[in-house]
Every structure is written in C-alpha cells, then in structure tokens.
Design a protein around this ligand. Sequence first.
Ligand SMILES: [Zn+2]
Length: 278
Amino acid sequence: MKVVYSERFAERYTTNPVESPDRVRLPARELAGYEFVEPPQASLEDVSRIHSREHIERVREKGMLAPALLAAGGACRAAEIALRGEAAFALVRPPGHHAASDHAWGMCYLNNVAIAVRMALDRMGGGMGGEAEGPKEAGLGRRRGGGSGGRVLIVDIDLHFGDGTVSIFRWDERVRIANVGAIDPGFDYLTLDPAGYIGQVERAVAESEFDLLAVSAGFDTYLLDWGGLLDLSDYEEIGRILKEGAEERCSGRRFAVLEGGYHQDLRLCVKGFVRGFE
Ligand SMILES: [Zn+2]
C-alpha cells in the first residue's frame, strides 16, 4: 500500500475556504506509517485526453493550473502503482469529480480520476497479458467494452454525484461508474441507512467485470460532515469490500483518489478507509 502525497498539496490557493490545506496535511500525518510516494505533475498531453484546450486555458487564467496538474499527476501515479498490482491512495487536492471536459464546478478544476483512468486504459491497451494491441479506434465515438484487460470500474463514494466523471466516460463502454448513494443527481441517498449504502458498494463490485478498480474517495457522507450517515468503521468496511472485490476480479489492481470531505475528522475517515483498502 502506497500513499501518493506531496507537501505542495497543502499549499494555499484561492478556493472555497472549506477546501483547506488541512484536508490533506492532517490525513498525511495520520498515515505516517505508510510508504509515501511523491507525484509528478500530470503532462498536458495526458490532461488533453480528457479536457479541452479552452478549459485548460481557463484553469490557467484562474491561477489553478499548477495545483490541478499536480493533483492529476498524483492520481496518475496511484493508477500506475495499481497497474503493477499494489494498492495506492492519492491524497490530493483540489478534488476532481465535478470537472467535465469543458467545464468545472464544486472546487474541482481537472478530473483527476478521469485523467488517471484514461492513462491506465491506454497502458492496458489490448490486455494485461502482453497481447498485441488491437487496431486503434479512431475519433471520439463509442468505445467498445469487453475483451480482456481494458475495463475499469470507478466507484464514487463522495456524497455528491460525480457528474464530471460520468459525462467524460458517457460514451466509453470500457468504463463503468457506480455513484454509491447518489442514485441520481436528486440525492436519493438521504433515504439510505449505512447498511443500505454499504450494500450498494457490494453490489457495484459484484455486478461488474473489471481489470482495474478506481475509487473517487470523498468522505463528506461522514456522520459529522454534510451527509451525516457513515461512521469511521463504515469507511473501513467500504475499503475492505473494495479491496476484496479487486482481489477477486482483477488481481488486486486498485487505487483511490481523495475527492470531498470537509469535517476535521477527515483524517480519521481516510485512515479507516485505507486500513480496509490496503
Ligand atoms: Zn462531495
């Protein structure tokens, strides 16, 4: 289990005050026993696979390109570690799952998970078993799923629906996305109890075939955060379910990337999740 983290993630930048440097600084201290890996900045080439040139330019004009590239680079590094068969948690900010190809909101700028998943799909190519690559698919049309080695399950456990990620992969059949709890953007999760929520995580894993598991790990469904639902042991249980699902389906290839989570206990939520996920 590796933690992808840079002290630069805790730098100050202009954003909503709840998205504070302590969101990564305190969990990093809590995870001190794990092996830490420094992320590189994501390359503009990798980012351009997901975001339009105009969008990247707007992020630059807001002064957010450097921190956003580093967060995306953290997610990519975590995906690379996962492809080698080891679990990884990218402790990054700013978050990413509300960033679509050409627009972003909700304290997100670049879609960290989407950039990492697209990079991983390219690396996996025709299969994890070293098979020859199939013919290149041209254009932005529908990507066919199936085949070996090129399917990703993204489990989004943030309180909020990961609309950016869903819109980015809408036409890509290699990628399945489960927004746990957020059955639809109308937030039906409010009717769930913790057991119902955890049951959705179990079903998402059980009902999917995948070669890599990615987790948009937001913790704002925590009991004392906005969602008011899950306790620390629930996050450990969710991490464990995701680990066991990855071990069963894809030789354990799994990584998680921090999304939301705004209560001071975020550090404990992350630690609980990692304990189950490692
Ligand atoms: Zn959220």
